[in-house]
Design a protein around this ligand. Sequence first.
Ligand code: C2E
Ligand code: CA
Ligand code: CA
Length: 575
Amino acid sequence: MNELHYQLDLLKAMNQKLTAKEKMYQMICDASDCAYLYFSFEKNELITMGKWREFFGFDIRDLKDIPQVFDMVEESGIMPLRDVFFLEKKGEESTVLECRHRSEKRWYAFRAMVDYDSLGNPLDKLVVVENVTKMKLQRDELVYMAHYDFMTGLYNRNYFITILGEYINRAREENSIVSVMVIDIDDFKKINDGMGMVAGDEVIQGFGMFLKEFEDGNVIVCHLNHDVYCIAVYNPSGARSVEQIHKAIQGRTKEPFFLSGGLQAGITVSIGVAEYPEAASTALELINCAEIVMFRCKSMGKNSIQYFDTPILHDFLNNIEMENKLKEAVFNSNFILYFQPQYYTDTKKLRGVEALIRWRDDNGHMISPDVFIPVAEKNGCIVPIGSWVVEQSIRSYSLWRQKYGIPFTVSINISAVQYGRDEFVDELLQAIHKYQVEPREIEIEITESILIDDFDRVTAKLKRLREIGIRVSLDDFGTGFSSLAYLKRLPIDTLKIDKSFIDTVLTDGATRIITEAIINMVKSLGIKSIAEGVEEEDQFRYLQSVGCDIIQGYLLGHPQPSDKIEELLQEMLRG
Ligand code: C2E
Ligand code: CA
Ligand code: CA
């Protein structure tokens, strides 16, 4: 009997110990963030623990109920999940499987473990389920950040380069081509300055969204930076050809972008195109080549498309070489000024001279300003060069004025970059005071390119100059977006009709009509007209007959060094 008591006590104690252990496991399971499914093959017993109910909303009592879990995950996850839950059937190692909930944005990671006896029969099985939604979202965000540009949702530069590299490798194997288009919004600064950064961002996003529509398995679009996009097309053809994409872009840019606050913005774009294998053989080189031709578009008046060809690359490399030489020239002051006389049409008397810069390079060659001024404008050298021209031309005039006592006008070409600087007017005034000349004897020649900045700001400066008495001349009229309409609003004294008009004015009826319209229009506004590049007597007589005020050109005098101008003044004194 005692023995029986003893056995009973022992069993009780063991039971207690067991329930205590069970309780402990239960607590551990509940405290963990996982759900567990335990199955004992011996007892044919199935228990779910931990967060099971929270994750799935139901309990499972029998192996037959397990497919309920499969119904909860996305279709593609069902088969692999079956393998995890019935791992013992395949006798494989446990792996982790991530599945997405069928209807909610939740992800679970499933992992199974099976314990076997010495004969290989399964004894126990445990399936652990973890909610990995947070981790998955963070991981997705990292992947997104690595591949996409936040502002536009387009691919970013790095990822684009990777995919473009893959396109190129494929094209190498398949003997195919890859086109790269670099697309830059023209005068984007105007939108940003004029309508604000928010509007600017909206335009970048809107145009980006439009470009995204071209994407397919063989076309990828990226936001390269700021207002520049890049498209790569594998094996371009049909609707996926550069021409068709360009056409679609042209169609889109004809319509405005509607922005918040009821604003509207119209844009044009410049596009550079380069192709593998013709232009380059790596992703970066290909993008570079397309960028180079895109810049060529910009310099040729924007709103157009340019295809890469070797001369453009050579030009570009020459430009770089020239840029370096130019910087040296600024340092060594290797510039000289020439002056070209201008004459009144009616009296044939000297009206003034235009100062024209020349660069004498190390070999003594004269380099034309048409070649180096655009480079100087790009690399900033134009600022010291421009200041030098202002100072030297006013100084020369001051010397002539003192020596010969003949007053006339000195016209100085001012580039848009120079004009846009805050110090510009003050520097001009300083030179005028320093050399004691009259402001009205100084004329600045500007081109329409200065109007790229805010119109009101530009004209406010012009007004200030004219109040001081300095004359303002609009150069190269007829070559830019010249419109007779805005002339009325532009405070200028003189207008220079571009040489291209004079060249054909005697042979082309339309040019003649426009030229006469310009002359009459400016006359009615109280503006003087100058004809540039007059080379022939007939042109002179014609311009005289239609009332053009002033003539400049080889017919009456080439640009010449200052000693030649002195000879001219001496002759005038002699009468
Ligand atoms: P531009 O201001 O239109 O100057 C007139 C150009 O036409 C000058 O070329 C002049 O030599 C040339 N020219 C004048 N008459 C005739 C003619 O009858 N026939 C022909 N074929 N050409 C004629 P240049 O000196 O080579 O200057 C070219 C351009 O470089 C200038 O065009 C101007 O835009 C720019 N430039 C010249 N000097 C300066 C300067 O000091 N500063 C800036 N920013 N630009 C300058
Ligand atoms: Ca000029
Ligand atoms: Ca001109």
